[in-house]
Structure formats: C-alpha cells, structure tokens
Ligand binder design. Structure first.
Ligand code: SF4
Length: 311
C-alpha cells in the first residue's frame, strides 16, 4: 500500500499573503476551478422556465437530488402554471411529501403558479423586480432563474456552498449572505456571476466538503488561504460541535459545583441534587414544554402522514 502524501506545511506569513492577494486573483482562481469542473451547471432537472422556477422553490433546505426525484410525477400531473394554479395545495402535498417543509412548499408553488397565471399570462417573468414579487421567490431563487435561463442574474447566488467556499478562498470576510454577494460581485466580472455560483457549488459538493475538504485534490490549493487547514473555516456549527461545546461547558460547571462542595463541609442537599439533575436533563433534552427545537421554529410539524399520489 502506498504511503499517504505528506500534507504541505503553509506558514502563517504565506497564508496572510494568500489572503491579501485572494480578491485580486479571484477571476483567475475561478477560471482554474472551472477547469476542474467543466460541467458545472444547475443540477436541477427542468424542461421549461416554469419547471425551473418551481424546482428552485422546492429546493430550499433540501438537495437537488431529492427535488429531481419528486418533480417528474409532479410535472406529469401539473405540466404548466395553469394546471398547477387550478390545484389546491393539499392536492400537491403528496407529490412533494419527501421534501422538507412540504406543506409550506406545496402552498408556495400553488401561489406562485396562480401569480404567474394572473399577472404574467402563465409565463415566468424576466426581471428581478417581477420575480421577487412571486410567492416563495426570494432574491436567491430569482438570481438562479435569471442566471440559468437567460444568463442575466443581478448578483451571485449565495447558498451554503458559496458561503463556505468564498470564505475559504479569501474572497469575503463576511458571514451575511447579502454582504457576501456584494463582495463577490465586486471581485468577479459580471458575465461570470451565474457561472461562478455553479462552479463554487460543484466544488463544494465534490471537493471542498464542509467536513474534511479534499485539499490535495483541489486545483487551487497553491493559492487558497485555507488550504490544508480549512475544516473549521466557513462551516456552520454542526450538531456535533454544539454537543461538544455543551459537554465542555457542562463539565466546567460540574467541576465548579464539585469544587465549591469540596470547599464546604455541608453535604449536598436533596434539593441541590435534584436541581443538578434537572439542569443536566434540560441541557440534554431542552425545556420540558413550550420549547421548540431552534431549527424547527416557525415550521409546522407534520400532523399526518402524507397520502401517496395517484399518478
Ligand atoms: S484548497 Fe482546500 S479549502 Fe481551499 S478551496 Fe481547495 S479544497 Fe477548499
């Protein structure tokens, strides 16, 4: 078995210099990444502007693969805006039930179809101003549609991969998507805006993973400021990290309690022991009632299993 390649050591000064140069060489870096991913494009399957805009709305908080599995049956039954506009959201739910937030999404795509029919003769409008007025369509969705269909986005699509990659590559110091978009628009030429997002998304899905980025296989590891040390750059806190932090904090509190008890001659009271147990339980499971898991706040819980659609 061959030995794994040694990880190059990149000094602090070198990383600082890479960071300083990163924005000015961004178009070149992007071109090199594009060579690594010559087929970079949207991975959503669509046959018309209507199908694309619906697919993009459905892709929020879920994978393109999942959307592509759900849409063939949906579009077979509802092939255009008029057909979808005539349906009730409850009829659509079974077709999108495999996707997260399916009730909200069913309602959004029916609302979207109705607006397309009522205000745009069933066609997808071609301006940002008109697109963002449609149900479920925000700036990101509108930019995907404008970029993919007409290569005329009004900005760079900033999703989770674009956020992570642009931070690792030193193209932005911001965390807020709108500010990141501004930074990217400032350093990349306008004709590249649509392509840039696809290249970064491709690279994020295939090489520059959130956990364990494959830096040895990356074509730009000679200029990337985060190369070979990127694991904690541009990543959202993951459940594992949060658990580890909570455990560390709990450990610190426990030893503090133990220390204060150690300094006291009085044994722990029954109420004190109960309080400690309750605090530990709350840290582990969250509040007993009235509390919601933060990531689900605002989302409706499914109350019944979805029906299987008749195709
Ligand atoms: S060198 Fe590593 S961190 Fe930098 S872009 Fe490539 S894979 Fe990502």
């Amino acid at each position: 078995m061959s030995e794994p390649a040694a990880i190059p050591v990149i000094g602090r000064a070198d990383r600082r210099e890479r960071l300083r140069r990163a924005p000015s060489i961004a178009p070149k870096t992007l071109a090199r990444l594009a060579k690594q991913h010559p087929n970079a494009k949207t991975e959503l399957d669509y046959r018309s502007p209507f199908e694309l805009v619906v697919s993009v709305v459905l892709s929020a908080q879920t994978t393109d693969v999942g959307v592509n599995k759900a849409t063939p049956r949906l579009f077979a039954k509802y092939p255009d805006a008029a057909a979808l506009a005539a349906a009730e959201p409850i009829e659509i739910e079974p077709y999108v039930a495999t996707l997260g937030f399916f009730r909200m999404k069913a309602k959004a795509i029916v609302g979207l179809a109705r607006a397309l029919v009522e205000k745009h003769g069933g066609e997808v409008p071609q301006t940002m101003a008109e697109l963002v007025k449609l149900a479920g369509v925000g700036r990101k969705t509108a930019n995907v549609v404008l970029g993919v269909l007409w290569n005329e986005p009004e900005g760079v699509v900033v999703d989770t991969h674009v956020i992570r990659l642009s931070q690792r590559l030193g193209w932005t110091k911001n965390r807020d998507p709108e500010k990141i978009e501004r930074d990217l628009c400032a350093i990349l030429p306008r004709p590249e805006w649509d392509h840039a997002a696809h290249v970064l998304i491709f690279h994020g899905r295939r090489v520059c993973f959130a956990r364990k980025p494959a830096c040895p296989e990356c074509r730009v590891n000679d200029v990337c400021p985060a190369a070979f040390e990127a694991e904690h750059v541009g990543r959202k806190s993951l459940p594992g990290d949060l658990k580890a932090r909570a455990a560390k904090k709990a450990g610190a509190k426990t030893s503090k309690t133990t220390r204060s008890r150690a300094g006291s001659t009085a044994p722990p009271t029954k109420a004190g022991r109960k309080g400690d147990q309750e605090r530990a339980r709350t840290r582990k499971e969250g509040p007993k009632q009235g509390g919601r898991a933060p990531e689900r706040a605002g989302a409706r819980r499914p109350t019944a299993s979805p029906r299987t659609p008749k195709s």
